[in-house]
Design a protein around this ligand. Sequence first.
Ligand code: ADP
Length: 439
Amino acid sequence: MKKKINRMLVLISSLAIFATLFLITFIYYDLFKQQMFRDLKSYALIAGEGATLQELSLLGERVAECDMRMTVVGRDGQVLLDTEANQSVMENHGNRPEIAEAFAGGEGAAVRRSQTLSRNTFYYAVRLQDGSVLRVSKDAGSIYSILSSAFPSLIWVLALLILISLGIAHFLTGKLIAPIVNLASKLDEYNDETDYEELTPFIATIRKQHQDILKNARMRQEFTANVSHELKTPLTSITGYAELIETGMASGEDVVRFAHGIRNSATRLLTLINDTIRLSELDGGEEQVDMTDLNLYQMAADCVDMLRVSAEKHQVEIALHGHECHMQGNRQMIEELLYNLCDNAIRYNNAGGRIDVEVYPDRTGCVLVVRDTGIGIPKEHQERIFERFYRVDKSRSKSTGGTGLGLAIVKHIVNKHNAKLELKSEAGEGTMIRVLFPR
Ligand code: ADP
């Protein structure tokens, strides 16, 4: 960035310097031209004032010494006198612009390129009293010769100016960049003040992203620690049971009991691993999920049917209400969401309790409500139950096969579907979770 700004500044200043130098050269050349004509006019007027051809011819020598040339042209255009050439062999001059102008209006001026490109001849002609025209001319460097003679010094001036602008550019970019460099080193400080107010939204975004990255890293670290911890418990009990069988300390019925324990722990491990894999799949996926047309009511009916046996085992009643409702969604995800919510409603219920699942369309989409008459969630835990591994009562969760990841998965799925989630719960009375899917 610094290099780019430096380069731009030097480029701009070089262009500006070049343009100025050229412009000044042209302006000065124009002024010089005007001055030249004024001088020639004065000479012509002074020399021609009442002079005869003889007097003019005498004056001619002096004129030549001053690098000037004098020509007298008669009314017919014939050259009567010339201080540089033999007038008798000179062609008719009546058509020369400055002379024609002088015949017509009393005076005339012209500039013509001389034999070489580098020189111009300036002419000034005045009509004398006898009707002939006196022309005075002088050679001077053309704009090209001025430019080429000034070229070496121009290059030096340019080099010097570029050097100066390099220095200034370096200083300016340093000053310009300083607040940004400063900011980069203090990204963690909660200070939104900056020298450039245009940068405020940019800084806010960068800061937010930086904080999100830190938060994510912390969450991942905690998650890994939690997963390892959760895996350790069933593995320890599997090792324990296996050791007892291996050393022959268990016999007969005990072996069956221990094998049952091993199977339970292994099932728990599998569930845990499946949930962890599922979460990391949901986490990593920025890619678009496959959305299809889903009949939410039908899917809820299937889920309720599937969980009926489990509900009976827990001595709770489960029922579905509502109307057909179609929405766009990912089938596997919605199945998971329905399963997790209904399964929780069964597991955190009391014997004799009930679960009402309801699906109905509303103005904006489909609504799913899962209401239970279970143990409820105390107010202070309600905010946190969607966090990974957060459980109100760890032993109840574990004893019913919970991993503490179900609602975290639900929250993910809700987000992927741009849906809204509401929770209402009273400890000891029951819980209601409502999900609003957009159409
Ligand atoms: P778990 O596998 O432990 O059930 P979840 O993420 O599904 O994990 O739920 C997190 C915690 O929220 C549970 O441990 C439980 O304490 C509480 N919870 C979830 N659903 C209900 C419910 N319907 N009634 C009461 N408590 C619930």
